[in-house]
Design a protein around this ligand. Structure first.
Ligand code: ADP
Ligand code: 3PG
Ligand code: MG
Length: 419
């Protein structure tokens, strides 16, 4: 996806794509793409089920209309079959949330799927095994997409996996070549909420970018240089920028092959704000480090100039937290994607927790939070369903790209809304 190509939000009072409301799907077999790429805890249990709960309105709507609902998704980034990334526990959690039987099929193509769908009664739910057990999924292989539609004999395809629509994969793109494809309610809601908020955001607009999927997300920084009034960096994203600036980041998570892009980002930033670049792209001045991920590790703060080779920067430091807070206090809109540190461990969740607190304490700030791990963190922090924030998105890269004005292949390929 190129970020400098598009910068238009197609905002209106209704969604520009056809949805499940617009097609006669009563009693049909419907293939539904969800994004059940849920965060997993150390023992493999589902640590947050936001993405599963968010899919319920669409599933319930389809069940009320007597559909056989066949759900496909990916989980993680497996290479071949990997039982630790099976969707079976997700199917079990879905059954609990729906309070009804959900049949799990341990493949997503072939005769086993065909037989299971054929035998399933009307108004029932099936979850198929992780699409990414096949390399053809990420390769956007039309043959593979065809095999899915053949095995399920689905009449319609419903895209409701908002978190994955920035990928052009077999289950988000190629599949739409074979059957009529429409949006589900989650996709519609996410699109409308995010694009409406981004159309004329209240300023100052501060973007906070962190997390670990650096090469995935670093491209949007270029777009945020023009959109945002300030960009605050944390997490492994900040490590990568500090390393780019020539600092030794020790054993920290860093992606060192991003220099060409970062040259462009800084050139664009200089063009926009002149020599105020370091107040515009705010990097941590200190970090919390550890030499291992031992849960008993203490939070040791060092200046970013002073990391030892064995040190890993796992959170922004206390001075950087204060600096971030002072920027956030001036903001009217905050977009936050990616935790500011290794927030699974409370010792390295200080930056993320303080940001969550600032947003919760200032409800006048429009806050849009995205990312599987980031949403997991803020929902646990919030203790409810994220009411402390304006919008907690189920999308990570997808929400960022949408905010940055990119066209998303998983949305573009759906049928247009009826005029
Ligand atoms: P999201 O899921 O919200 O889109 P990412 O997947 O990009 O965000 O990043 C979240 C992950 O990044 C978390 O698992 C977190 O532990 C990790 N992370 C954040 N900061 C660091 C860091 N400094 N070093 C290592 N991992 C980090
Ligand atoms: C996400 O968690 O952002 C989506 O499920 C997409 O996952 P991916 O980054 O592995 O494609
Ligand atoms: Mg993540």
């Amino acid at each position: 996806m190129r970020y400098n190509e598009v910068m238009t939000y197609r905002v209106g009072t209704s969604f520009f794509k056809r949805t499940i409301r617009d097609v006669p799907l009563d009693t049909q077999t419907v293939l539904m793409r969800a994004d059940y790429n849920v965060p997993l805890g150390p023992d493999g249990q589902i640590s947050d089920d936001l993405r599963i709960r968010a899919s319920l309105p669409t599933i319930r709507y389809l069940l009320e209309r007597g559909c056989k609902v066949v759900i496909i998704s990916h989980l993680g980034r497996p290479v071949g079959r990997d039982s630790s990334l099976s969707l079976e526990p997700v199917a079990a959690r879905l059954a609990k949330l729906l309070r009804r039987d959900v049949r799990f099929v341990n493949d997503c193509i072939g005769d086993r799927v065909y037989q299971a769908v054929k035998r399933a009664p009307k108004a029932s739910v099936l979850v198929l095994e992780n699409l990414r057990f096949y390399a053809q999924e990420e390769a956007d292989d039309p043959q593979f997409a065809r095999q899915i539609t053949e095995a399920t004999k689905a009449r319609y395809f419903v895209q409701d996996g908002f978190g994955v629509v920035h990928r052009a994969h077999a289950s988000t793109h190629a599949i739409t070549l074979y059957i009529p494809s429409v949006a589900g309610f989650l996709l519609e809601k996410e699109y409308m909420t995010i694009t409406t908020a981004m159309q004329a955001p209240k300023r100052p607009l501060v973007a906070v970018l962190g997390g670990a999927k650096v090469s995935d997300k670093i491209g949007v920084i270029e777009r945020f240089v023009s959109i945002a009034d300030t960009i605050i960096m944390g997490g492994a994203m900040a490590n990568t920028l500090l390393a780019y600036k020539g600092l030794s980041m020790g054993a920290s998570k860093v992606e060192s092959d991003q220099n060409t892009l970062l040259d462009r980002v800084y050139a664009a930033a200089r063009k926009k704000v002149g020599d105020r670049v370091d107040d515009f792209i705010v990097l941590p001045t200190d970090v919390a480090v550890a030499t291992s991920l031992d849960p008993h590790m203490e939070r040791r703060i060092v200046d970013v100039q002073e990391l030892h080779p064995a040190d890993s920067a796992l959170d922004i430091g206390d001075a950087s937290i204060e600096q971030m807070v002072s920027v956030i206090n001036t903001a009217q809109t905050v977009i936050w994607n990616g935790t500011l540190g290794y927030a699974e461990m409370p010792t390295f969740a200080h930056g993320s927790a303080r940001l969550a607190l600032e947003l919760a304490e200032h409800p006048r700030i429009m806050s849009i939070i995205g990312g599987g791990d980031t949403a997991d963190f803020v929902l646990k922090w919030d203790g409810h369903h994220g009411e402390s924030f304006s919008h907690v998105s189920t999308g990570g890269g997808a929400s960022l790209e949408l905010m940055a004005g990119a066209k998303l292949p998983g949305i573009e390929s759906l049928l247009d809304a009826p005029r």
